[in-house]
Write a protein that binds this ligand. Structure first.
Ligand SMILES: [Zn+2]
Length: 63
């Protein structure tokens, strides 16, 4: 089972999950193992928060 890296909320099978990961160098057949060891998982709520905080996505200058 995957849990959100930020809030620790367990992600159910029908939830959307977002994986922050590097592109696998090996075959996609190993993707499940790859995700467990390399990916950072976020739930939709936390992804939105992180996306908004990201400096590369700031639309307005901070004061
Ligand atoms: Zn979360």
């Amino acid at each position: 089972m995957f849990t959100c890296e930020n809030c620790g909320k367990p992600l159910q099978k029908r939830d959307n999950a977002y994986f922050l990961m590097q592109v696998p160098s090996r075959s996609l057949a190993e993707l499940q193992t790859f995700l467990k060891t390399n990916a950072v998982v976020y739930c939709p709520e936390c992804l939105e928060l992180i996306y908004r905080r990201s400096p590369s996505h700031q639309d307005q200058p901070t004061v």
